[in-house]
Design a protein around this ligand. Structure first.
Ligand code: NAP
Length: 301
């Protein structure tokens, strides 16, 4: 038998439950892994709340990214064999907060040995989002990149990517995250009322690219610091970004291999801030759902 965190109905965290099931088997194009670590994302709660639709078969396994060791390989999969160390995203309807998870082989890559399982678990969702959102508009070295929500899972990696490209990075986050944000090479600006004025103090001419990881009113408040409204790109709130002249992030196939390489060579640290056991998976979910975690939250079954 094998444990997995599921949601039994759409709605609040009261619908989450750690259950036992048979070890799952891979379908065509799928692999099964023994999960070593799984990253927790705001999207896990959004999915449970039904914000991505309500068509999943219930109870529905939770978790959208993981690292682990391949235990079974489905029909047609040639890239992986039993015993390989990998990181990737679950197959349709599957989840990774589990002792065993079914991954989509096309959305899985080999885990380089330089990357720990814990760090690797932060790559398929947060790492690829950080890569895509910082590459949608290409800047030149010396140009300015502002990150709203710089202290979270995506934000800390996006800030480091900006530093690697020699952009002038400005990280907006709450006061408790000053040191963490500065450790990426970014200039720290405190979030909240007056954040745009504080940004103008460090960038009076405005910024070349705004990367938003928060959305809503915080995005509306900060967006005017962009020199060009088109250069406001969000992972969190495409509707508001589009209304303001910007755009939602476009996800790419190449991001998974690219960001894995960047992390392998030590240029970006996924910054895992909190680790939970699978028995405490509900606590891990609550931490991320609270919206103010520092770095990534990871579950280790
Ligand atoms: N479209 C995609 O493919 C994709 C992929 C990954 C993530 N996302 C989305 O991107 C967003 C960020 O993801 P994440 O994993 O980085 O989340 P996270 O780890 O929870 O980080 C969110 C950060 O936002 C900060 N924040 C909250 N309210 C703020 C405000 N008013 N002003 C400034 N900062 C604020 C929080 O820190 P403070 O305590 O400093 O406020 C926190 O560090 C989420 O909406 C997620 O769903 C989308």
């Amino acid at each position: 038998m094998s444990k997995v965190l599921v949601f039994t109905d759409y709605g609040g965290p009261e619908h989450q439950e750690l259950i036992e099931r048979e070890v799952p088997e891979p379908g065509p194009g799928e692999i099964v892994i023994q999960v070593m670590a799984a990253g927790v994302n705001p999207a896990d709660a959004k999915m449970r709340q039904g914000l991505f639709g309500t068509k999943r078969t219930l109870p529905s396994p939770m978790g959208l990214e993981a690292s682990g060791i391949v235990t079974a390989v489905g029909e047609g999969v040639e890239a992986f064999a039993v015993g390989n160390e990998v990181l990737g995203s679950p197959a349709k309807g599957q989840g990774t907060f589990a002792e065993h998870a079914v991954l989509n082989a096309a959305k899985t890559v080999a885990k380089p040995e330089e990357i720990s399982f814990v760090d690797a678990a932060a790559i398929p969702v947060a790492g690829t989002a950080a890569y895509d959102v910082t590459h949608q508009v290409e800047l030149e070295p010396g140009q300015s990149l502002l990150i709203l929500g710089a202290g979270g899972g995506v934000g800390l990696m996006a800030a480091q990517i900006g530093t690697v490209h020699q952009y002038r990075v400005i990280g907006v986050a709450s006061a408790s995250k000053r040191e963490l944000v500065e450790s990426t090479g970014a200039t720290f600006v405190e979030s909240g009322d007056g954040a745009a004025d504080r940004v103008r103090e460090v960038a009076p001419e405005g910024v070349d690219l705004v990367v938003d990881l928060v959305g809503g009113q915080a995005l509306r408040d900060i967006a005017p610091v962009a020199k060009d409204p088109k250069n406001v790109i969000t992972t969190a709130d495409p509707a508001t970004a589009e209304e303001l002249g910007g755009a939602g992030v476009k996800r790419t196939q190449e991001a998974l291999e690219k960001i894995t390489g960047v992390i392998q060579y030590g240029l970006v640290d996924p910054n895992v801030g909190q680790r939970f056991s699978l028995a405490d998976a509900q606590e891990a979910m609550a931490a991320v759902e609270g919206g103010h975690t520092a770095g990534k939250v990871v579950i280790e079954p």
